[in-house]
Design a protein around this ligand. Structure first.
Ligand SMILES: *[C@@H]1O[C@H](CO)[C@@H](O)[C@H](O)[C@H]1NC(C)=O
Ligand SMILES: *[C@@H]1O[C@H](CO)[C@@H](O)[C@H](O)[C@H]1NC(C)=O
Ligand SMILES: *[C@H]1O[C@H](CO)[C@@H](O)[C@H](O)[C@H]1NC(C)=O
Length: 415
């Protein structure tokens, strides 16, 4: 009896894994396409097991980053050889690498509730929620109205919220701008980028709130976001357990779950894949929130921006097919202004080309298909050697650039 109890205790202890331990021995490979032909062979490098934390793009000159478990080193290197791509290991042990990243973070008191909210570090979801409620309260007597709206609760019982930022006026039919961050939870930079837009709006209310109502979703996937803080830094899905393999392989990739040629390209039907598209389109509340907003503000939405972090570009539809939308010319001109407004060098392209591949079920394509006039992605510049961990002391520079692009975009589309 006592022995059994002891065994139970030991197994429970063993089940509690330390952060990022799953990545022990994993490598990150650099993948650089030097020819269109190599780009066209991209599918050879993909599998459910291999996670491209950054996609290689010949068109946009982006060096891809592939996370590969030891069981697949041989497979991956053979595929690289077949495509005549040099084997280039960027990170030999991903676990060690993430430990180093963690240690290099300035030792701030991240959990100190009294510390003022700032943009010099990444915040946990609870701190972000507190910040949003404080913003709402701080403006209760002002001409600016900020409302934290709870849409629903996630699987792990966190509120999923969006902010409405508007003038305290009687006008109810202004154009609407929608901006979402954190659709891909490991792309932390998109969260302060979204929150900084709220700050900038309150500081420039006369020019921005008089012309539009704003909806900001700062963390579209809160469970996934928290999981990247507590368990696996590079998690990319939500924590859904709806599928038959859900308990072993939880999670749906939210940016593959929209109803745009759902499940066809760069998507997987395997729940264990990073690109798992869900049991059906809109199976997840995160995507349902965006659908709800697009329906609720139907006919008024002038601009939809999805903030992501895939290597320094602005892109516009389509991503699901190798074509541009009927709004190609307008999008391209708008994108040129946005890119010109940023200090960093950003490139501009149609989505499938910028990402080197088609992808079904994305939010930006869904918005474009459902009556939103301008729908774009802003993918933050590359920083750090894995392409995802943007150092905290560089947050401010990156998010200010993104605000400049938003500012220009709004001035263009509302004129
Ligand atoms: C708003 O006005 C009320 C009533 O005057 C006051 O009690 C409250 O403190 C004010 N709130 C802020 C944030 O100034
Ligand atoms: C970026 O550009 C803006 C506008 O041109 C300028 O005001 C700002 O100082 C620049 N910031 C940096 C960090 O270069
Ligand atoms: C994603 O997964 C579940 C199951 O589909 C869904 O109910 C939930 O709202 C989503 N979010 C989280 C965090 O699980």
């Amino acid at each position: 009896m006592i022995l059994k109890l002891l065994l139970l205790v030991i197994s429970v202890v063993l089940l509690v894994e330390a952060k990022n331990e799953d990545y022990k021995g994993y490598r990150i490979y650099n993948v650089k396409f030097k020819t269109e032909e190599q780009q066209n062979g991209y599918n050879k490098l993909k599998s459910d097991i291999i996670d491209f934390i950054r996609r290689p793009s010949f068109g946009n000159n982006i060096v891809g980053k592939a996370v590969v478990p030891p069981s697949h080193f041989d497979f991956f290197e053979e595929q690289l050889e077949e495509l005549a791509i040099p084997i280039d290991v960027a990170v030999e042990d991903l676990y060690e690498h993430l430990e180093t990243v963690e240690k290099s973070r300035p030792r701030t008191t991240n959990d100190d509730p009294d510390r003022e909210f700032d943009f010099d570090r990444y915040h946990r979801y609870e701190q972000i929620l507190n910040h949003l409620h404080a913003l709402q309260e701080a403006h209760e007597n002002s001409t600016i109205r900020i409302t934290v709206n709870e849409f629903d609760r996630t699987d792990e019982d966190r509120p999923i919220v969006y902010l409405t930022v508007s003038e305290n006026s009687a006008t109810t039919d202004k154009p609407v701008v929608i901006i979402e961050g954190g659709i891909n939870p490991r792309e932390w930079i998109t969260v302060p980028a979204a929150l900084n837009i709220v700050n900038s709006l309150t500081q420039n209310a006369a020019s921005f709130l008089s012309r539009a109502d704003w909806i900001i979703v700062p963390v579209l996937n809160p469970d996934g976001y928290e999981y990247t803080h507590t368990n696996l830094r590079l998690w990319t899905k939500n924590r859904s357990i709806k599928s038959n393999l859900g308990f072993i392989c939880p999670g749906v990739n939210i940016n593959r779950n929209f109803d745009v040629q759902w499940g066809v390209s760069d998507s997987s039907s395997s729940p264990c894949s990073h690109m798992y598209a869900g049991v059906e389109a809109f199976s997840e509340i995160e995507t349902q929130l965006i659908k709800h907003l697009i329906e609720k503000y139907s006919g008024r939405i002038r601009l939809y921006l999805s903030l992501q972090n895939n290597g320094g570009f602005v892109s516009y539809p389509w991503q699901y097919e190798r074509a541009a939308s009927g709004m190609f010319r307008q999008h391209h001109l708008l994108g040129m202004d946005m890119v010109a407004a940023m200090n960093e060098s950003y490139s501009l392209n149609v989505g499938w080309y910028a990402l080197g591949d088609r992808a079904s079920g994305t939010g930006a394509d869904y918005a474009q298909m459902n009556g939103v006039v301008y729908s774009l992605n802003i993918d933050a510049v590359q920083r750090g050697d894995d392409g995802v961990n943007i150092p905290e002391n560089e947050i401010v520079g990156v998010i200010e650039d993104i605000w400049r692009a938003v500012e220009v975009a709004v001035n263009d589309v509302l004129n």
